[in-house]
Design a protein around this ligand. Structure first.
Ligand code: AP5
Length: 221
C-alpha cells in the first residue's frame, strides 16, 4: 500500500463547492484534481465521440451512463498523475461507479483516504450555480456575488478576459440535476459510511470556512 497516494473523494450535490475546494487542495498540497465534469466539457468542446455522446445527457442535467464514465476513469488511471495523491470531484456518482472505483484502486494497490461529503441546502445550490462563471484561459471559478472579479472583466488569477457560463447552470436543468443527485448519487453515502471512510462538512459556510473544515476533518495542516 502507498499511503502518500491515497485518493480523496469530494462528494456533494451540484454547486456544493466541490470544484472550488478541490482546486484549493490542489494548489496547497500538490494533489491532482480530477473532475469528470471538466473532462466531459473538454470532450464536448473538442467534439470527440465521447463528447458527442455525453452532451445530450449533460444538457438535460442527467447523469452520463456508467460504462462511459468508468471507461474514462480507467483511462485516466493509466496516467502518471494517478500515482500520486488525487482528488476526485464529481466521481463516483452512482453505486456501480463506486464499486468500479474500488476495483480499480485495489488493482493498483491504492486505498481511499476519505470521502468528504459537503452538505448544502438545495435553495443555496440554485443560487450558487445561477451566479457561476469561469475563466476560459485558466479555469478559475467565480460567482457574481460570492466571488466576484477584483477588476471588472479581468481574471484575478491569469488576467484573462474571457469567461464562460455553463449551459446546464439554469434553474430548470438544476431541478433535474438535483433529482439525479438525490436518487442516484445519495445512495453512495451509506456505501462509504459502511466502509468507515465517510466524513461530513457543513458546506453552507463561506469558502474559507469550508476549506478550513475540510482540512480539519482530513487532518491536513
Ligand atoms: P459536474 O461538472 O460534476 O457538475 P456538478 O456535480 O453538478 O457540480 P458543479 O460543478 O456544478 O458544482 P461544484 O460542486 O463543483 O461547485 P463549484 O465549486 O463550481 O457535472 C456536470 C454534468 O456532467 C452532470 O450533470 C452529468 O451530466 C455529467 N457528469 C459528470 N460526472 C459524472 C459522473 N461521474 N457520472 C455521470 N455523469 C457525470 O461552486 C459553485 C458556485 O458556487 C461557484 O460559482 C462558486 O464560486 C460558488 N461557491 C463555492 N463555494 C461557495 C461557498 N462556500 N459559498 C458561496 N459560494 C460558493
Amino acid at each position: 500500500m502507498n499511503p502518500a497516494a491515497e485518493p480523496i473523494i469530494l462528494l456533494g450535490p451540484p454547486g456544493a463547492g466541490k470544484g472550488t475546494q478541490a482546486r484549493r487542495l490542489e494548489e496547497q498540497y500538490g494533489m491532482t484534481q480530477l473532475s469528470t465534469g471538466d473532462v466531459l466539457r473538454a470532450a464536448v468542446k473538442a467534439g470527440t465521440a465521447l463528447g458527442r455522446e455525453a452532451k445530450t445527457y449533460m444538457d438535460a442535467g442527467k447523469l452520463v451512463p456508467d460504462d462511459l464514465i468508468i471507461r474514462l476513469i480507467e483511462e485516466w488511471m493509466q496516467k502518471p498523475e494517478a500515482k500520486k495523491g488525487f482528488i476526485l470531484d464529481g466521481f463516483p456518482r452512482t453505486v456501480p461507479q463506486a464499486q468500479a472505483l474500488d476495483a480499480m484502486l485495489q488493482k493498483r494497490d491504492l486505498k481511499l483516504k476519505a470521502v468528504v461529503e459537503m452538505k448544502v441546502d438545495d435553495a443555496a445550490l440554485v443560487e450558487r450555480v445561477s451566479g457561476r462563471f469561469t475563466c476560459t484561459k485558466c479555469g478559475e471559478g467565480y460567482h457574481d456575488s460570492f466571488k466576484p472579479l477584483e477588476k471588472a472583466g479581468e481574471c484575478n488569477k491569469c488576467h484573462g478576459h474571457e469567461f464562460i457560463r455553463r449551459p446546464d447552470d439554469n434553474a430548470e436543468t438544476m431541478t433535474t440535476r438535483l433529482q439525479a443527485y438525490h436518487a442516484q448519487t445519495a445512495p453512495i453515502i451509506p456505501y462509504y459510511r459502511n466502509q468507515g471512510i465517510l466524513l461530513q462538512v457543513d458546506g453552507m459556510g463561506e469558502m474559507d470556512a469550508v476549506h478550513a473544515e475540510i482540512k480539519k476533518v482530513l487532518n491536513l495542516i
